[in-house]
Design a binder for this molecule. Structure first.
Ligand code: OOG
Ligand code: NI
Length: 464
């Protein structure tokens, strides 16, 4: 088969993300309502700010601004994780970052499968935050063994999805017909099943051990548990949710509102209680309920260097020492105030963030730089001061463990929080994954270094 008859991985990812959006809106109508609200707030924000509109028009695709940026699933076994990695690869999504959620009382560790190149991100940035259940953190040995046995029995991929993944690996891609089949077969893995795999008794035991264990072990597959469109004004969407009949989580996760946004801010509406049935030993179906699925929104800012990230972590920690956000929202205002206060010491101009070495920037030639040649390489600061080079923030495309924990917690029910001993195990995760994860800091540093190098090269190039 000729290579040029293959559909690009970016196009397969786009088709997949669109199909998932349609499916999830049907499955969770409140998510459709959230999408409407996001589209409205984005429209309002753009009409009120023509400069923003112009900037986004030049750098992003305005017509796709309100589309999904990410989703999340939770897997049960190493075999599921490694097969999932191969499936995502067909869509140009690769594991970036390692997140240990055990410290936050959630027995999983995770990575984000995402497009990595600039062009791929622009075409469609859809990512899936993918967690693997850690049965090793469950104290009850017999429950652990029973869970493992239940998980070993299930098949979360359709035979055709596996076959097409192998075909894509063998041939280097999929043609149009296969790509379409691939998308609809892979979608099956993410579908909701309201008939549990387990009895009501077993569900209760799993649920009592940890709600997340029940969510992973009790069902036929790793249903998508949320999707997340991009909003241009997260505070506004958070404030308007109740008017639209959806209940927001108590606080927005991440940094406070700022002039120069950093990292990632996110919030969600609380997971809904949904009807499910359990299969009892006598084959009878018994009615019950399960709470797992929700809708989320995100707003992204600049990627921070290790130094910037350390400062972020320190300030977040400091503000949480003053006010820890209560699940019922009763101290949300105090928390916001403490957060804003703590972050006063984080520079809030792009130049200030750059000078302090807190963020990653992409450098390019100014108009003057493009028509200027210099005889030898100069210091970057000097080139900026001379008006030859300009800098733009590199957007953070990854996740934040404390925020992710907050999202997990508020959607697992606001009740008792459980403690595990912190036990990050990236080595184990990578063995189970069958690959190493890309270090996100190295990645951003590489983008920055490449942009500097190409400015210097162009400025010192011989004049043609
Ligand atoms: C994933 C939670 C993490 C985020 O946006 O930080 C996440 C989950 O609940 O499975 O999606
Ligand atoms: Ni999320």
């Amino acid at each position: 088969m000729k290579e040029n008859s293959f559909v690009s991985a970016d196009d397969i990812r786009s088709a997949f993300s669109a199909a998932m959006s349609v499916m999830y809106r049907e499955e969770v109508p409140a998510y459709g309502t959230l999408m409407e609200l996001v589209a409205k707030v984005n429209d309002d924000t753009l009409s009120a700010d023509p400069a923003l509109k112009q900037r986004l028009d030049a750098t992003d695709s305005l017509d796709r601004i309100s589309e999904e940026r990410h989703g999340a699933i939770r897997l049960g076994t190493p075999a599921e994780l490694s097969m999932m990695r191969r499936v995502y690869a067909v869509m140009g999504m690769y594991p970036v970052g390692y997140y240990d959620l055990s410290t936050a009382g959630v027995p999983v560790h995770s990575t984000a499968f995402r497009p990595v190149g600039d062009a791929a991100l622009k075409r469609n940035p859809f990512r899936v935050f993918t967690s693997l259940l850690r049965l090793d953190l469950i104290a009850d040995e017999s429950l652990r063994a029973e869970s493992a046995a239940i998980l070993a029995e299930r098949r979360i991929f359709t035979p055709v999805a596996v076959e097409l993944t192998e075909k894509a690996e063998r041939d280097g891609g999929l043609d149009k017909a296969d790509a379409e089949r691939f998308v609809s077969e892979v979608l099956e893995t993410f579908r909701w099943h309201d008939k549990a795999n387990v009895s009501a008794d077993m569900y209760k035991r799993l649920h009592d051990a940890h709600r997340l264990i029940a969510d992973v072990v009790s069902f036929k597959g790793p249903h998508i548990n949320h999707l997340t469109p991009r909003t241009l004004d997260i505070d506004q969407v958070q404030a308007l949710m109740p008017e639209y009949g959806i209940a927001p989580k108590a606080v927005v996760e991440g940094p406070p509102t700022r002039k120069c946004p950093i990292l990632l801010r996110q919030t969600s509406f609380k997971a809904l209680e949904e009807a499910v049935s359990y299969r009892d030993a006598d084959g009878e179906w018994k009615a019950g309920s399960h709470t797992a699925r929700f809708g989320e929104i995100e707003q992204r800012g600049i990627a921070l260097t290790p130094k910037g990230r350390a400062l972020y972590d320190e300030l977040l920690e400091a503000s949480r020492k003053i006010v820890r956000p209560a699940a019922d929202g009763s101290n949300a205002r105090q928390y916001e105030a403490a957060l804003a206060k703590a972050f006063e010491s984080f520079p809030d101009t792009w130049a200030g963030i750059r000078e302090a070495g807190l963020g990653y920037f992409s450098y390019s030639l100014t108009e003057r730089g493009r028509i200027t040649r210099i005889s030898e390489r100069r210091d970057l600061d000097r080139l900026i001061a001379d008006g030859l080079v300009q800098f733009d923030a590199i957007v953070y495309e990854d996740f934040l463990p404390v925020s992710a924990a907050g999202i997990f917690q508020s959607n697992l029910g606001d009740g008792a929080q459980q403690d595990f001993v912190a036990s990050p195990n990236q080595k184990r995760f990578e063995i189970d994954l069958g690959a190493t994860v890309l270090n996100e800091f190295d990645h951003y540093a590489g983008i920055e270094a490449t942009s500097i190098e190409s400015c210097l090269r162009a400025l010192t190039a011989a004049i043609a």
